[in-house]
Write a protein that binds this ligand. Sequence first.
Ligand code: ES4
Ligand code: ZN
Length: 322
Amino acid sequence: MDRAEIVDIPKAELHVHIEGTLEPELAFLLARRNGLTLPYADSTELRARYAFTSLQSFLDLYYGLMDVLRTAEDFRDLTTAYLDKARQDGIRHAEIFFDPQAHLRRGVPLEAMLEGFGAAIAASEGPSAYLIPCFLRDLGPGAAMDTLDELLPYADRFAAVGLDSAEAGHPPEPFADVFARARAAGLPAVAHAGEEGPSDYVRQALVSLHARRIDHGVRCLDDPELVLRLAAEQIPLTVCPLSNVMLGGVARIEEHALPRLLAAGLTVTLNSDDPAYFGGYLADVYQHVARTFGYDIATMRAFGETSIRASFLPAAEQQRLL
Ligand code: ES4
Ligand code: ZN
């Protein structure tokens, strides 16, 4: 199937980190604008470093490069670039992660982030966009609770709260109180789990955080009972196949768990995760998946429909996009 058919599929992106849409060229532009010097000669040299061996090896570069994001205008320009790309890929709705702690700890106020995101979304000709702040799990539940204190005055600007960053050794359960407090303020939970961490972290995200979606979740297949529960409760998995290949979760896309997740009856959506780093935006992800697994256009359209139904959009709005 050609790219135009892929673009034409009504779809939502439910797993994209706005900081992961920072292209090398924009990073250099923002560095210049903010009087900063990057430790790379140019965008070609920077791109050459995108040979990751693990989630942590990616995160080390990623948290460093986002230091160029300083002002509301920086967050606006980053978000505008993503929304333009998303529109070109036929994305009708995006639920966008951001990492408040990664910016707060560099002295960037939450207001600068929100002003920038808001300006880009307001000026955009589409897609519609929701924001999901994520807690950095490796900084622990205390830091997450402090961050939630800062977020709650702006709770009406968010669709949910999430959990991301280095997974191994950082289980969801200790964050139960943080997510309970967010839930009491009307913010449902999503959580990265089962990306590089064990299937038990997926179970904890469901039981302790009441996660409404699982980000990645591919490792759930190690626990047949958990798979049955995810299927029965129709918990969507926001799967990111190119990301899993780039971070070494699987050696080649042909070996990705996607067909096994579908065969198990799970609710699976396709997503880009950090498209500036992982070799493609959402239409590229759909195209790789269709080619690799020989899926026909009806199967690919079903991924799109599932993604819209798995969004936090109200039912009437979902219906309008389908
Ligand atoms: C991430 Cl691929 C991935 N996993 C966990 N946290 C993240 N933050 C940005 N990309
Ligand atoms: Zn992610």
